[in-house]
Design a protein around this ligand. Structure first.
Ligand SMILES: [Zn+2]
Ligand SMILES: [Zn+2]
Length: 138
């Protein structure tokens, strides 16, 4: 990857650019993926097409997302946590919708869905990035 501030090629694991001292993904002068200079407000690199906006920001935790799914999955909390707002709303709607339609008999459906998703997030590659495309922390 490249420093977004000075365009210097930097180690993928490096937290700080050795050339200019700026933290990784800070700055908006160069593409972190291909090193091409970018416009300050650009969302996408015109050279390689990578999402520049996604590179910054905090990484969401896979563990937190998985546990939220397991314990609060019926309410789609793990989806909201990862930024998949629409999917979270759908999960709430399904949880309460199925519950109401079946007079409570199906009230386990939503939580069960969340539980399965939580386990899949923790154990596999069900969701590997948040809604912005940032990879999840292990
Ligand atoms: Zn730099
Ligand atoms: Zn690029």
């Amino acid at each position: 990857m490249y420093c977004r501030n000075c365009g210097n090629e930097m180690d993928n694991q490096a937290a700080i650019c050795v050339k200019c001292g700026v933290a990784r993904n800070n700055g908006n002068n160069f593409c972190h993926n291909c090193g091409q200079s970018t416009n300050a407000g650009a969302q996408v690199c015109v050279n390689c097409g990578v999402n520049l906006a996604a590179a910054g920001g905090e990484q969401k935790s896979k563990l937190v997302a998985g546990l939220l799914g397991i314990f609060l999955g019926g309410l789609g909390i793990h989806r909201f946590y990862l930024g998949y707002t629409m999917m979270g709303i759908i999960q709430i709607a399904v949880t309460f919708g199925v519950s109401i339609i079946t007079c409570g008999v199906g009230s386990f459906v939503g939580p069960l869905w969340g539980l399965v998703e939580g386990i899949l997030i923790l154990t596999g590659n069900f969701i590997t990035t948040d809604a912005k495309g940032n990879p999840l922390k292990e």
